[in-house]
Design a binder for this molecule. Structure first.
Ligand SMILES: [Zn+2]
Length: 233
């Protein structure tokens, strides 16, 4: 995760705004807007007004614009010339079906390859990535949910990396799949059930068993699809 270092800390409100003091104000502003998008506090498709965010977060325009630019690169924010920013619309049912069809074709196969190439260092990387997700950090469920979405993206991306097909990895990564699917439904079930399924994937990697890894990944993706389908009812 890149961290934008900017001198914006000087812009901190003396009274202490909603954004807490840290090394990088830009990073915190980004995280705050990201969490609002993921938890649907900023509704899909809705206008995003820089001035409103300036007031709400009690910061200047600069870190807001920086954060929105970064979110645009992640597919969560759209910018229209002379009109401004809006939240990316919710993915359609058709795109959702296409996305899961593609994931089911690519990810179980890649998980099998990753299991065949598994070693201690790779396994530790995956255990660490999965471990971050299980921790309950703070009381802010919205932040926890958005963090989970990002960590899930990293976990799946690491598996793709270890499967050593960079084209498959890039193809999946360019869809920003995890940001879009987690935005369909803001519900603890989405995260908690996924943790058990990740455990099964990790167990298969732990025994370097390609067949078990393929099956565990297939089950995880199918369950993920079935958990999120009610969002279209
Ligand atoms: Zn997952």
């Amino acid at each position: 995760m890149q961290t934008a270092n900017s001198p914006d800390t000087a812009e901190m409100s003396a009274a202490g705004g909603r954004i807490q003091r840290s090394n990088s104000l830009a990073e915190n502003v980004y995280e705050a807007i990201f969490a609002q998008l993921m938890a649907l506090k900023i509704a899909p498709g809705s206008r995003i007004t820089v001035d409103n965010l300036v007031k709400e977060l009690d910061v200047s325009h600069t870190p807001i614009r920086e954060a929105l630019g970064r979110l645009e690169g992640e597919g969560l924010v759209l910018k229209t010339h002379l009109i401004g920013y809006r939240a990316a619309p919710q993915i359609t049912r058709r795109r959702f079906d296409e996305l899961y069809e593609m994931r089911l074709l690519l990810e179980p196969h890649a998980a099998a390859k990753a299991a065949a190439a598994m070693d201690e260092a790779k396994l530790n990387t995956l255990l660490a990535a999965a471990g971050v997700m299980s921790r309950r950090e703070g009381k802010d469920d919205r932040l926890r949910y958005s963090n989970f979405a990002r960590q899930d993206a990293i976990f799946h991306d690491k598996i793709m990396e270890f499967s050593e097909n960079e084209l498959i990895r890039q193809t999946l990564s360019h869809q920003h799949t995890h940001f879009h699917i987690f935005r369909l439904m803001y519900h603890s079930r989405v995260t908690e059930e996924a943790l058990d399924e990740h455990e099964a994937i990790l167990a298969a990697f732990g025994s370097a068993d390609p067949g078990a890894a393929q099956e565990a990944m297939r089950v995880h993706i199918e369950h993920s699809r079935d958990r999120l389908l009610p969002a279209f009812d």
